[in-house]
Write a protein that binds this ligand. Structure first.
Ligand code: PTT
Ligand code: SF4
Length: 602
């Protein structure tokens, strides 16, 4: 199909074999790209294996919109069977590697097997080879990025892991460009398990689109629309950090391991403080609203901050200094550890210490202790080792009721929204297809601005609409969703882009159908890989049901368990799943997944 290279590059690191395969038109049509291609490949090829064994595969996947001259299109999905959750895992990264991969003539790279020695995969158009890179092993992601840029050029697309991934830490992520991260559910560890330190991509070709001049015109208009948006100014000043003040105002800032929703020191570290400390801006390729804000950390080195990072490494661990948070953020980037899981793990240890469940004394807001813990977590040593496999594993190791306040869903740590007073957002975390990520349905802003405390059907319907747009379309198309979310960039542009790229006119209804197909296949994957998977995997932690906030305007608020169950049942009904959350045969068949239903139902 036009707009796709139609090519998948497969590299086996065990024997060095490289092959180039056609991506069937039917896969392009039915799964669109990105996450859609990734789950199709995992369903077909990665079954009942240990995620850190050489039998696992890691997939780097773009979509038809990736790398095009369109707003915020420099994105890529990284997916695998997750070593953190045991189910489907993916993340979305902004990187020059996305642009170069498309120019090199591939839509997807699948890496399988395991190299004997640490290696870098070098993709230069047609030429693909493994290069031994023992000299990079052990280096942090900033140092390794510098060395790779020196060797291959500043402009090449580089994806790499830090010592966290090398040490097979299940909360490690993949990094790019000193500050872009992707693959929260342990994608860094999967690369590490393959001895794959980095992928370097250099592409020199062009994407062959149906109507290039129309696409150029549409892209130009899109960029112009974004530049004219009224709320762009505030976005450029604070980026994702504009959520910080808003969350505190609305009692949903994760504070003291999600015990509270307001932080008494919030004014010392919010988006307005960020504006004062701002020394530079970074972001993804092809973006005219770049959101990465750089400040000087407490060691006077540059670090990039985003809301999730600040929420989880700030209030969630009781830390109130933005330069200190920036330092922890930079360390996470160097080690290649996911900041959300890291902040959740450190918060968990602080609470365990407070409750006397571990012997170490780690006080809330203790910066030096947090700094030591980042290193321990990255090495899987000392006290930090307890949370290096995530808070679910930590609570299973400690026991004594700690699962009640281990803040995760399906084994993936909850991102920075405390939902004691947001049942719709709690359901969004509960039903997200990778575990507790806000990626698929950030319903919280809509929820707070409408009927916040209710458990009505409209909320569930809205949640599914968001999942279809965010988790279905944006993850598969594969482009950044923030122009739409943050500056109200029109959704109507996207079918027009697709038409100029592929020549096919698609409606949003068609795109929803693709999203539903992807969601059902991901759900089937969880069930196939974890036979006891079911309804209880869609619950948020007990803390949200049982420990009401003790402060702020949300004092006394918590979620009603029975009403949550009702919303969940309605969610399953709308999705065409049974009461245990498993797709019904007729749902899979209707979505063209007959082979899947056959395999599942026997
Ligand atoms: C995403 C998650 C997020 S979401 C953040 S901040 W956010 C954290 N960033 C980390 C980081 O930084 N360093 C680190 N070591 N770990 C980190 N973990 C956390 O990872 C990111 C932006 C952001 S900033 C968001 S909301 C949007 N996410 C998108 C998405 O998921 N899909 C999509 N189509 N568009 C998106 N646009 C926005 O991208 P994961 P990035 Mg990311 C330093 O990785 O696994 O998806 O988890 O990609 O290039 O860094 O851009 O307030
Ligand atoms: Fe990247 Fe931010 Fe631009 Fe999205 S808005 S493409 S995350 S820089």
């Amino acid at each position: 199909m036009k707009g796709y290279a139609g090519k998948l590059l497969r590299v086996n690191l065990s024997d060095g074999k490289v092959s180039k395969e056609e991506i069937p038109d039917s896969t392009q049509r039915d799964f669109l790209g990105g996450r859609g291609f990734a789950i199709k490949l995992l369903w077909d090829e990665v079954k009942h294996i240990d995620p850190l064994s050489e039998k696992n595969k890691i997939i780097f996947s773009t979509g038809p919109l990736s790398g095009q001259l369109l707003p915020s299109s420099g994105k890529m999905v990284i997916a695998s069977k997750s070593p953190l959750t045991g189910g489907y895992g993916d993340g979305n990264i902004g990187t020059m590697a996305s642009v170069h991969l498309r120019k090199a003539g591939y839509d997807v790279v699948v890496v399988e097997g395991k190299s004997e020695k640490p290696c870098t995969l070098l993709i230069e158009d047609e030429n693909v080879k493994m290069v031994e890179s023992s000299e990079l092993w052990g280096k942090d992601t900033f140092e390794a990025q510098d060395l790779l840029e020196k060797k291959h050029g500043k402009n090449s697309g580089i994806l790499l892991i830090g010592p966290g991934g090398e040490n097979l830490i299940p909360i490690s992520t993949v990094m790019s460009q000193r500050g872009r991260a992707g693959g929260r559910p342990g994608m860094g560890a999967v690369m590490g398990s393959k001895h794959l330190k980095a992928i370097v991509i250099k592409g020199t070709g062009n994407i062959s689109n149906f109507d290039d001049s129309r696409l150029r015109e549409l892209g130009k208009k899109g960029h112009e629309e974004i530049k004219a948006k009224e709320n762009l100014d505030f976005w450029m000043r604070q980026g994702t950090m504009q959520a910080f003040d808003w969350c505190n105002e609305n009692g949903c800032l994760p504070t003291y391991n999600f015990k509270e929703g307001v932080f008494e020191f919030s004014k010392e570290m919010d988006g307005y403080i960020l504006e004062k400390l701002h020394v530079g801006r970074k972001g993804c390729p092809m973006c005219s609203m770049q959101c990465g804000h750089v400040i000087k950390d407490s060691e006077d080195r540059q670090a990039e901050l985003d809301y999730e990072n600040v929420g989880m490494l700030g209030p969630n661990i009781g830390l109130k200094s933005l330069p200190h948070v920036a330092l922890l953020n930079r360390m996470a980037d160097e080690w290649g550890l996911d900041t959300i899981s890291l902040g959740s793990g450190i918060g968990f240890l602080m609470e365990a210490s407070e409750r006397g469940l571990i012997k170490e004394k780690i006080g809330w807001g203790d910066f030096e202790a947090a700094r030591t813990l980042v290193q321990e977590i990255g090495k899987g040593e000392g006290t930090g080792a307890l949370v290096s496999k995530g808070v679910k594993a930590a609570s299973e190791a400690i026991g004594r009721g700690s699962h009640r306040w281990a803040m995760h869903v399906k084994g993936l740590e909850i991102s920075a929204y405390n939902c004691h007073g947001c049942p719709g957002m709690a359901l969004s975390f509960g039903t997200s297809p990778i575990g507790a990520s806000h990626k698929d349905a950030w319903i919280i802003a809509w929820e707070i601005s409408t009927d916040r405390f209710s458990y009505n059907k409209e909320k569930v319907q809205k949640l599914i609409e968001f999942q279809r747009i965010r988790g279905g379309f944006f993850e598969s198309a594969t482009v950044c969703r923030l122009p739409w979310v943050e500056v109200s960039f029109g959704l109507h542009w996207y079918p027009e882009y697709l038409e100029a790229i592929t020549g096919n006119r698609m409606t949003w209804e068609d795109l929803y159908q693709i999203g539903d197909r992807i969601y059902n296949l991901i759900r089937a994957y969880w069930k196939r890989e974890i036979p006891h998977f079911g309804r209880t995997w869609d619950y948020p932690p007990d803390r949200w049901f049982e420990d009401p906030h003790s402060q702020g305007k949300m004092k006394g608020v918590k979620i009603d368990r029975e009403k949550y169950e009702e919303m969940l049942s309605y969610y399953y009904e709308l999705r065409g799943w049974d009461e245990n959350g498993i797709p019904l045969k007729e749902t899979l068949d209707r979505l063209g997944l007959k082979e899947v239903s056959k395999e599942m139902m026997g």
